[in-house]
Design a protein around this ligand. Structure first.
Ligand SMILES: [Zn+2]
Length: 99
């Protein structure tokens, strides 16, 4: 892509990347933690009703949050790479946002 001001070659700057990645990790972690708690509680109840239900639920939150953060992080990175591109002209320093 070329600069809209002077017409010289522009490049993608990466300093604004990461915000969507963090947002994706948080959202993915929350969804997976909720689902993980339910699954863990069911498994814990089967192994040891009562006490096992609580421990299983906690373990489910931890494993679910970790898995969800990875999935959300991947989705966030895709959005950052494809949508939030900031271009900068190497000649005049003009920056702009492009899809
Ligand atoms: Zn320029």
């Amino acid at each position: 892509m070329n600069c809209k001001i002077c017409g010289e070659k522009a490049y993608v700057v990466t300093q604004t990347r990461g915000a969507t990645t963090l947002l994706g990790a948080g959202a993915g972690g929350y969804v997976a933690a909720t689902a993980g708690a339910k699954t863990g509680a069911v498994v814990g109840s089967f192994v040891c009703p009562g006490f096992g239900t609580v421990i299983g639920g906690l373990l489910g939150v931890l494993t679910g949050a970790a898995a969800g953060a990875v999935a959300g992080n991947t989705i966030g990175k895709l959005i950052d790479d494809n949508v939030l591109r900031i271009w900068k002209c190497g000649t005049c320093g003009h920056t702009w946002r492009a899809a």
